[in-house]
Design a protein around this ligand. Structure first.
Ligand code: HEC
Ligand code: HEC
Length: 491
């Protein structure tokens, strides 16, 4: 066969383009499934939620940032100084997932906010509790660290590669890829994130601190295009175990009853983390060609099954059974109507005028934001019950309550003993995020030198941190309070 010179050139160029395409795909887009996890708990802690594609930081860059920028860290100990849970022998902390999409990337999953620890003594190894509020995590300081790194002139290829080379031997090609693509792209992605987060860095603005974020403002400014307003709504990470009791007609989730269905919370949380199901085809016509979309739906169903069945942790210290039984009667009389699953007001809206707690979190959300968020999710092609706007707070079931301190939606009350005190007698300033347990007051230790060193100072005078309201039980005789306190350990 005789080919003209022109055709030969054409074939040669086509071959080069194809090779370049395959090379580019291999180095930047080839998805390698994560290795299998021993069980769903491990997967919850370290499994991908699908965020690596949009939010993944190249592993080697992520690894060396604390070493290149120690002066921007809150303390020594690498990422652990942000209060994240780091289990012995693990390559990355709980709440982080590593997945190769072209190159190894690090992203976050639900566990960064929904796995916590407790210890009986400061010298013990922490017990890790899946589904518990991540009350030690200081997410805001980690976000600030990453964005501050990107804004620093030291975030350049020479400096970062010099550190990376101490950890691993990159091939010549990978070095070039890091130098000319991954390092500049990561820097500009983080700089963009920094602009998107400017609202939380306004002067004199309340900090989230450990165990909280500003969930509805994050939703507004990342998921919708609502303009930045003057609201602040720092909210505690809630527990996410035992979700089966959260399902039913008229039951709500999220602190201000913003969401009517478990599945909606899971989907919106995963989208918020950066999960990116393919945006072109409606999900109800499940099209298996769209691998990422199908994967996302299956993952959401599995997560729902897992968290629905996950048992709340039992109280690990002794309980006085007789006292607790007496407390059970007090609870049935004073608390059960709003907190016992199946009772008339549990997991439902308690109007703000009735509950009287700090209203800032409630005011961060509005109908226009709910409409936009619903529209956005529909555009992606996901069918889920819509978010709503209501005027009050949810009365949550109190399962696993001992592990959920500090209490109320803004974590403004350090212990269960404190919650049963009249508002004027509740602690005004305390340290949260120290995981040594205090069985006397039922909650984490929030005072003393160790709590002050490891914890974050919550001042209830700061906007959004108010500890007023929820005065149920505060007028009970002392012996009834003691009994109720004992009973609440068993929930
Ligand atoms: C960055 C921290 C963060 C991440 C990551 C996160 N959540 Fe949450 N989650 C929160 C906060 C804060 C709330 C409470 C929001 C509010 O104020 O209503 C919440 C609420 C929830 C609730 C409702 C609980 C209730 O009592 O109403 C569920 C369920 C939940 N999250 C599950 C998940 C799952 C599943 C993921 C992963 C796909 C996830 N979350 C990721 C912070 C987080
Ligand atoms: C009228 C309904 C109602 C009654 C009665 C009620 N609560 Fe509550 N409870 C709520 C609501 C609503 C919230 C959430 C308020 C907030 O965070 O702003 C809440 C929150 C709580 C929390 C915090 C949960 C967490 O995860 O931080 C505890 C603990 C609690 N209640 C205990 C009790 C006890 C004990 C009683 C009885 C002495 C009681 N409640 C009576 C409605 C009620």
């Amino acid at each position: 066969m005789h080919l003209s010179r022109c055709t030969r050139w054409f074939i040669a160029i086509l071959a080069i383009v194809c090779l370049a395409g395959v090379f580019g795909w291999y180095k930047f887009f080839r998805e390698v499934p994560q290795p299998a996890f021993a069980n769903e708990g491990e997967r919850f802690k370290y499994g991908s939620i699908g965020a690596e594609n949009t939010r993944g930081i190249p592993y080697w860059i992520w690894l060396v940032l604390p070493r290149v920028f120690p002066d921007l860290m809150p303390g020594p100990g690498g990422y652990k100084s942000f209060g994240v849970v780091w289990e012995p022998g693990q390559q990355i902390p709980v709440g982080f997932s590593m997945k190769t999409i072209g190159f190894p990337r690090i992203a976050n999953n639900c566990a960064i906010c929904h796995v916590g620890t407790w210890r009986a003594n400061g010298s013990d190894l922490p017990h890790v509790v899946i589904g518990s509020p991540a009350h030690t995590s200081n997410l805001q300081s980690m976000l600030r660290f990453l964005t501050n790194c990107a804004a620093d002139p030291r975030f350049n290829a020479d400096t970062l590669l010099a550190q990376i080379e101490r950890e691993t031997k990159l091939s010549v090609v990978d070095r070039l890829i890091y130098r000319f693509a991954l390092i500049p792209l990561t820097r500009s992605a983080l700089n963009k994130e920094s602009t998107q987060l400017a609202w939380m860095n306004r002067p004199d603005w309340p900090d989230w601190g450990k165990g909280r974020d500003d969930p509805m403002n994050l939703t507004k400014y990342f998921m919708t295009s609502m303009p930045v307003d003057n609201t602040t709504g720092q909210a505690d990470f809630p527990s996410v175990w035992n979700l089966k009791i959260r399902k039913g007609d008229g039951l709500f989730l999220n602190w201000s009853c913003d969401t009517p269905a478990v599945r909606s919370v899971l989907i919106d949380s995963a989208l918020g983390l950066g999960a990116a199901p393919d945006p072109t085809v409606p999900l109800d016509t499940l099209n298996w060609k769209f691998v990422r979309r199908a994967w996302f739906i299956v993952r959401m169903a599995e997560l729902d099954d897992y968290l629905s069945a996950l048992a709340p942790p039992s109280y690990p210290f002794p309980v006085d059974a007789a006292l607790a039984a007496r407390g059970g009667a007090v609870y049935a009389q004073a608390c059960a109507s709003c907190h016992q699953p199946g009772q008339g007001r549990t997991s439902r809206l308690i109007p703000i005028d009735e509950i009287g707690t700090d209203r800032n979190r409630l005011d961060t959300w509005n109908q226009a934001a709910a409409d936009q968020a619903n529209e956005k999710v529909k555009e992606i092609g996901i069918i889920r019950p819509n978010m709503v706007k209501q005027q009050g707070y949810q009365s949550p079931p109190l399962d696993g309550l001992w592990m959920r301190g500090p209490y109320l939606h803004n974590g403004s009350v350090p212990s269960l003993r404190d919650l049963l005190k009249p508002v004027a007698d509740r602690t005004k300033v305390f340290y949260r995020g120290y995981d040594v347990y205090d069985p006397a007051d039922v909650g984490f230790t929030t005072a003393g030198v160790d709590a002050a060193r490891e914890g974050w100072k919550e001042d209830t005078a700061v906007r959004g941190n108010g500890n007023q309201g929820h005065t149920y039980g505060t007028e009970l005789p002392d012996q009834d309070k003691e009994a109720l306190l004992e009973y609440m350990k068993t929930l």
